[in-house]
Design a protein around this ligand. Structure first.
Ligand code: GLV
Ligand code: MN
Ligand code: MN
Length: 434
């Protein structure tokens, strides 16, 4: 076949696969997965490598095998469901996302991309499409980073396996290491083939909810993601002196909480001043020692999450943060330190991949009588940002109601979820048939 014939055949297979996606089956499967850790408020609490995560993984392994996939797990716990291609030795087209949640998350953040990946496999089966390359659905370990920092550990270790050794030492709030939790999870999957971390991949596309308001405001169901904004995480520790709350005169106190709050006030003011440049800043986790009602806090640690599309803005914010911490450190009676936990520069997805996503989204939206897709930048980070280091990568977004996620109220219309899976099916099938 000429290259024109190959592209023509790939586009036809993509259209047939897109048309075989089943909305009911997709939405039922999302609801089923949400049962693992489901809460009465509609949210899901399924942090990484917990017993619920293991149960959910086992559920997905069963589903994937029923679809005819072979299943493997790598040394970071990333799970792969592979539908064979006509040329088994070619690197696969990868799709998928994560199934871990925030301490309280929704049904869709991550889970949607995994379930939609399995729906694509089902659609390929139903449409009778034999792809040249294998198709692999991945479940990345610990994308959220809420239990063990940093986030997107599985995909980052996949992109650079030597990172795993450092990640294994990361501890959760109870002192459990990522390594121990990982080994316990792997021990419960003895029937799943173990593979090395970081096999070759041809290309990758991740489907995700937007988690922001842009698509809803534009009233369109599908977004072509052009890139992911830059992120920097820090931990700030302020030490003073713990002392009795009732007996210590106010003027001699070295209250670490008071100093930390003043520092936080300064950071919020800087953040506000840089808001017009697109900076987003969050002081999300606080640890107070000894955390007692009648003891003056002796040590306070808080985290800083700073994001922006413009790297220079983040660099200026980081400089302001380090200056403020250094001034407090120089003050009498206090020490203060800042530690960098995670840095990731802006990700730009390659044009041929965004063009393919655009075509796939345009076809799905037009067939449904919906508005044409628009380009968006991701405010959240995603596993795709690390895979983008390895191979041509892209993302597709569907709207999030009121832009809400990392919250039990996270919601996307079932019809929009369907269109997203249709767009995904087109992209995966076309890439795998090339
Ligand atoms: C991922 O959940 C992020 O924090 O962007
Ligand atoms: Mn996510
Ligand atoms: Mn998330």
């Amino acid at each position: 076949m000429s290259s024109h014939d190959v592209s023509q055949a790939a586009a036809e297979a993509a259209a047939r696969t897109q048309d075989a996606v089943d909305s009911r089956r997709l939405n039922d499967a999302i609801a089923e997965l949400a049962g693992f850790g489901g809460r009465s408020d509609g949210g899901v609490a399924r942090e990484t490598l917990t017993p619920l995560d293991v149960e959910a993984r086992r559920h997905l392994v069963g589903r994937a095998r029923a679809l005819g996939c072979s299943v493997s797990v790598d040394t970071c716990g990333n799970l792969f469901f592979r539908r064979a291609g006509q040329q088994a030795d070619l690197p696969p087209v990868l799709t998928g996302s994560h199934i871990d949640t925030q301490p309280v998350g929704g049904k869709l953040d991550g889970a949607y991309g995994v379930i939609a990946g399995l729906e694509v496999i089902q659609a390929l089966n139903d449409a009778g499409v034999a792809t040249r390359r294998p198709v692999e659905v991945v479940v990345w370990t610990n994308e959220e980073g809420s239990r063990f920092g940093p986030g997107a550990m599985g995909s980052s270790a996949f992109a650079q396996p030597e990172r795993l050794a450092g990640y294994r030492a990361s501890r959760d709030a109870e002192g459990v290491t990522f390594g121990d939790a990982l080994d316990a999870t792997l021990a419960q999957m003895p029937d799943v083939e173990r593979t090395a971390l970081g096999h070759a991949v041809d290309s990758c596309v991740e489907l995700h909810i937007e988690q922001g308001p842009v698509l809803e405001d534009a009233n369109v169901p599908l977004g072509v993601v052009t890139g992911i904004q830059s992120v920097r995480w820090f931990s700030v520790t302020v030490s003073g002196a713990a002392a009795h709350a009732g007996t210590t005169p106010m003027e001699v106190r070295r209250d670490a909480m008071r100093a930390a709050l003043e520092l936080a006030g300064h950071l919020y003011a800087r953040g506000d001043a840089m808001r017009a440049s697109g900076l987003r800043m969050t002081l999300g986790r606080w640890r107070v020692g000894p955390n007692s009602i009648n003891t003056i806090p002796g040590e306070v640690e808080f985290t800083v999450d700073a994001r922006c599309v413009d790297e220079d803005v983040l660099t200026r914010f980081e400089a302001a943060l380090r200056d403020a911490v250094a001034s407090l450190d120089a003050a009498d009676g206090f020490t203060a330190q800042v530690q960098s936990l995670f840095t990731r520069a802006t990700t730009h997805f390659p044009l041929p991949m965004t063009a393919l996503v655009e075509r796939a989204c345009a076809r799905a939206s037009a067939n449904a009588g919906e508005g044409a897709p628009i380009e968006v930048t991701s405010g959240a980070f995603h596993d795709a940002m690390y895979v983008a280091d390895l191979c041509p990568t892209a993302m597709i977004f569907v709207p999030s109601r009121s832009g809400i996620s990392h919250n039990a109220a996270e919601y996307t219309e079932p019809h929009q979820l369907y269109l997203g899976a249709q767009a995904l099916a087109y992209v995966v099938a076309e890439l795998a048939c090339r």
